[in-house]
Design a protein around this ligand. Structure first.
Ligand code: PEP
Ligand code: MN
Length: 362
């Protein structure tokens, strides 16, 4: 069944692929046997495209940097034996040339490459005149223009079969996720590049296999078109990204447990859009509560400092200055003064309660 939504799904529809598109395979091709074992395992799942990194861009030298061109015939054999389409990462025009020679169906551009317009342009030039499908991962830094710019460079080279992969963004502070999703950037990407299918990579986003399901579900609820998930027959023994890979069997369980909406007709189209907007609201609400939690922790630290120095909890001047500033900023964002007042009075009250409870704990 063809999935229809508000996007022109271009190559996805032309290929008659199922929704959601599933791309899976090891982080890195390690040996021919490893790749074939995984490909045959994935054949029993909803996977249509086999991924395997050959040239591995490592943040620091010394880690496994991939088998390189040696793995190209392995990918070809995996395709012949299983019928899965194949994809690998290209980061240099020479990689493009080799991948084209060996019939790799789809090429992806890695996050560390998308950041460089020079390299992206070289790759776009190398692909000019071909009909390859190119998937562009978001850049490592949260920069929508850079992501869109890379897509545009390929478009200008005549590549019309394009897709985007959202793998999250790196940050200095370590969070729950290996790469922070920053869903809003991908949502903005979706509205600015409505014709470009959007695929989530929950493996690099989460960095841990137990986070894959929730991240995939959020993406599908936001109306994404597909998933790219790292899969290895012996995940813990993988030569790269061991913590985030799942076996083909586990992948199958994840995919079958996901709630997948299949719209038929206008009524459901409305429902899908409504659900996607509600998912955005849920993400915003979660950010609000996390920010409040962080604010209260800081308030408690201030409470402790005040107590140690025997200073009164309530300091009116500071409080009125905050309120005035927030009303100023809030009204510029279209919030009413009354609302900002009520909100910050409640936040302030909770801060005072938290500061008082420090005294009570002693
Ligand atoms: C990968 O997909 O194996 C990879 C290196 O990803 P990213 O470019 O998103 O870090
Ligand atoms: Mn990887």
């Amino acid at each position: 069944m063809t999935h229809t939504n508000t996007k022109a799904r271009t190559w996805l529809d032309n290929m008659g692929l199922q929704h959601p598109l599933v791309i899976a395979g090891p982080c890195s091709a390690e040996t021919e046997e490893q790749l074939l074992t995984i490909a045959h395992g994935l054949k029993k799942t909803k996977t249509t495209i086999l991924r395997a990194g050959l040239w591995k861009p490592r943040t620091r030298p010394g880690n496994f940097e991939g088998v390189g061109a040696l793995g190209l015939p392995w990918l070809k054999r995996a395709k012949e034996e299983t019928g899965l389409l194949t994809t690998t990462e290209v980061a240099h025009p020479h990689h493009v040339e080799l991948a084209l020679q060996h019939d790799v169906d789809i090429l992806w551009i890695g996050a560390r490459t998308t950041v460089s317009p020079f390299i992206v342009q070289d790759l776009a030039d190398a692909l000019q005149g071909t009909d390859k499908i190119v998937l562009v991962k978001n850049p490592v830094n949260p920069d929508l223009a850079l992501w869109m710019g890379a897509i545009e460079r390929f478009e200008k080279s005549g590549i019309s079969q394009l897709g985007a992969i959202h793998r999250g963004f790196s940050s200095y502070e370590k969070h729950k996720y290996r790469n922070t999703p920053e869903w809003q950037i991908a949502i903005d990407f979706q509205s600015r590049c409505a014709d470009v299918p959007l695929i989530v990579d929950p493996s690099h986003m989460g960095g841990r296999r137990d986070l894959i399901f929730d991240l995939s579900q959020t993406a599908l609820d936001l109306n994404y078109d597909g998933l790219m998930i790292e899969s290895h027959h012996q995940p813990d023994l993988a030569w790269s990204d061991a913590a985030q890979q799942v076996t083909p069997g586990a992948l199958h369980e994840i995919i079958t447990a996901l709630r997948i909406r299949k719209p038929q007709g206008d009524a459901q189209e409305f429902q899908i859009q409504l659900d996607a907007l509600r998912t955005q609201i849920d993400l915003s609400d979660r950010q609000i509560i996390e920010t409040l939690g962080r604010r209260m922790k800081i308030a408690s630290q201030i409470g402790q400092l005040k107590q140690d120095n025997n200073v009164a909890i309530l300091q009116s001047d500071r409080w009125y200055a905050i309120l005035e500033q927030m009303i100023h900023e809030g009204t510029q964002l279209g919030l009413s003064e009354e609302f900002v007042q009520k909100l910050f009075k409640a936040i302030h009250q909770e801060s005072i309660n938290q500061q008082k409870s420090i005294g009570l704990q002693k």
